[in-house]
Each structure stands twice: as C-alpha cells, then as structure tokens.
Design a binder for this molecule. Structure first.
Ligand code: MG
Length: 377
C-alpha cells in the first residue's frame, strides 16, 4: 500500500459543557485529523491533542508540525505493508505519541479495509460491544455532583469516575458512595497529589473504589508504589505510562495494579497491544481511557477495548453527551450502557467529510507543505 496524498485538518469541537480536572479546565477540543489517499482508498486518523500542553505535552499545533514536517514526509510514496513497517519509518521521531498514533491508525484503517476487516478484527478483538464509563469533572458543590452522577447512572453508564484534586476528594467520594452504594466507582487525580498527601489518599481505601487513578506526578513511580503498598484498592497508572519500558518499570516497582491504556498516550495500536499483552501476563487488568476523542478516535478506542484483557468499562460514551456536533454521520448512541464495536471495514463509521471541510480552522496539504486558510487562533 502506498499513501500518495495527505491533508491535515485542524478541528475544534465544541463541548456540551466545560470539563474540569486536576490539570485544568477544558472548554473545547482541538484535534488534528489526517485524511490519507492511498492506492487502497481514503482513510482517516485523529491526533486527539489538547489545546494546551498540559496532558502529554503535545498540542494541536505541535502535532501538525511533527506530522507535516517529519512523520508524513517519511511515509508518503513509500510502500507500507504493516503497522510495524510504518512505525519503523517514523522511529527516528522521539515522543509525540499522539501524532504517532494518528498516522499509525490511518495506516491501520487502510490495511484493515484492504483485507475486508474492521479495525477490531484486524487487532484480534473478541467483543461486539464495550461497557461505557462516565468521567465526572470537578463540580461546583456536592449537591451538583450527586445530581450529575445520578443523571449518569440513570443514563446507563456502568462505571462512574470522579475527578479529584486536593480539597475535592474524600467528601465527594463519601457523598457519591452514600447516594449510590452499589455503583462501580473510581477516582482520577491526573497527578494532582504529592507524597505529603499519602494519608488523604489512604483514607479513600474504605469506599470500595475499583481504583485510584494517577494520584501522583507522571514521573513519580515510587510514590505510587508506596501508596499501593499501603492500600487494598488498586492504584491505576495513566499519565506515567507512555512506553513499554515505563510499563515494565511500573510493574517491577509494584506501582500499579491496574492500567489505563490510551492509544494517543502510548503511540498507537502496536504499543497498546503490547501493553495489553504484558498486563495480561502480569495479571493486571486494563481498561481503555479517553481524552474526548471525536467519534473517529472513539472508533479506535472501541476496537482496542474489544480485546480480551480490557475488563473495566471504558471512558467512551455517546457523542451527543460530550459534543455539540461530532464528525461522523450518523452518530452512534449508547444502548444499555454499551457502545457497539464498529463492524464495517477500517474505521467502520461514516466520516462527515463535508462538515469537516466546512468547519476546519486550518487545512494543511502534504506533500508540498502548503498552508491554506491557516487561521489558528
Ligand atoms: Mg486518567
């Protein structure tokens, strides 16, 4: 397969409401989309970056730069027969896993479709639907929080995850647990705590949480290990794990008993599958996280979460809950707390190309590196 023409689109998706976490407030989603034309047809991929470099350090603009100036020129016009071959060609680029995932998934969609397979089939997925979890941002007060969770439970979400940070932790968990004694519940701090908070986090051990996710900084495996030694609740790592070696170090240190796998953080399907296999061998349950991907990215998360080791509900949900308008047509809905794994060839959803072209804030064509209508603000 040879990719001969690529367009990059900068898209800003309006959220139905702002989302507040331990690293800040997200008002809208800035994404980079890849549209690649090959001898096998057209396929799409997404770099689900944030606008600011607060999660992995990448941004929409940095992904554009790395994709357009480095990764794509190494791929265009070359014969590519596997995801591994693609990764070899861009292995000279350090980091930038969101951009790496975007180009890898575009190629995987081509390869899967060329073989008449969905992305899930291409990966070896075993599920036809994925349990959905709701991630609940930091809310204005406890009453609002409990009402918001009640709506999520009523809607059918199978797991509730509360974002926490110092000052918003034990009491919110206590309030939600009191109101919903049986709900599957977890918390996620996005690295907002430090070693001095060990006692507070230990205090969360009695609320029957399925996990405490990324309480400490992304480089701090040893404090995660210290907490895991103190509590029976699983410590889950997210931001700390961006490579297979970081995962192996975490397991060696005893820093986690659960792992959140995000395609954009680990750098694509090959890496995510390696994470899955290593965790299965170590008897560590995994689940699929999200960063408010559009439905294009969510199709990949659904395919990934169809692998057998994904045992907890995913941070995946219906477009209408998160976005004023999504990028596929028709939109996919959640049914009984589950989203269907796409079964069509490649991406499996109908991409709304007219809308993407109409609303793109910038379009960059490669090769040629010609910036057209470049109006990033
Ligand atoms: Mg997380």
């Amino acid at each position: 397969m040879i990719v001969h023409d690529v367009e990059l689109f900068h898209i800003q998706l309006e959220l139905t409401e702002p989302f507040v976490t331990g690293f800040g407030r997200v008002e809208a989603r800035d994404l980079i989309l890849i549209r690649a034309q090959s001898d096998a047809g057209v396929s799409w991929g997404e770099a689900p970056t944030l606008r600011e470099p607060v999660y992995t350090g990448e941004t929409a603009l940095s992904s554009l730069h790395v994709l357009g100036d480095f990764m794509l020129p190494a791929v265009l016009g070359q014969s590519i027969s596997s995801a591994e071959e693609l990764l070899d060609r861009i292995a000279f680029v350090r980091g930038n896993n969101s951009a790496r995932y975007a180009i890898e998934s575009t190629i995987v969609h081509h390869l899967a479709a060329a073989g008449g397979q969905s992305t899930s089939q291409y990966l070896g997925g075993v599920r036809s639907s994925v349990d959905c979890g709701l991630s609940v941002g930091i809310r204005p007060d406890l009453d609002d929080l409990v009402a918001f969770v009640a709506d999520g439970v009523q809607t059918g979400f199978r797991r509730i995850k509360l974002k926490i940070r110092p000052g918003w932790d034990v009491e919110p968990v206590r309030a939600v647990r009191a109101a919903f004694p049986d709900v599957m519940l977890s918390v996620d701090a996005n690295g907002a705590y430090s070693r001095q908070h060990l006692d507070i986090l230990t205090g969360l051990d009695g609320f029957d949480l399925i996990m405490i996710e990324q309480p400490f900084g992304y480089e701090d495996l040893t404090t995660h290990a210290a907490l895991q030694r103190r509590i029976g609740t699983r410590v889950c790592l997210d931001e700390s794990l961006d490579s297979v070696s970081s995962l192996e170090s975490a397991i060696e240190l005893g820093a986690c008993q659960a792992v959140n796998i995000k395609l954009s953080r680990v750098g694509g399907f090959v890496a995510a599958k390696a994470f899955h296999d290593i965790c299965q061998a170590a008897d560590i349950p995994v689940w699929c996280g999200g960063v408010f991907e559009s439905a294009i990215g969510q199709s990949d998360s659904l395919a990934l979460a169809s692998l057998p080791g994904f045992v907890f509900p995913a941070d995946i949900g219906p477009s209408a809950r998160y976005f004023v308008r999504d990028l596929i047509d028709p939109w996919i809905d959640m049914v009984d707390g589950q989203m269907p794994v796409p079964t069509g060839p490649g991406i499996g959803f109908g991409v709304d190309e007219d809308y993407i072209r109409k609303t793109a804030r910038g379009v960059w064509r490669v090769p040629g590196h010609t910036r057209e209508n470049w109006t990033l603000t």
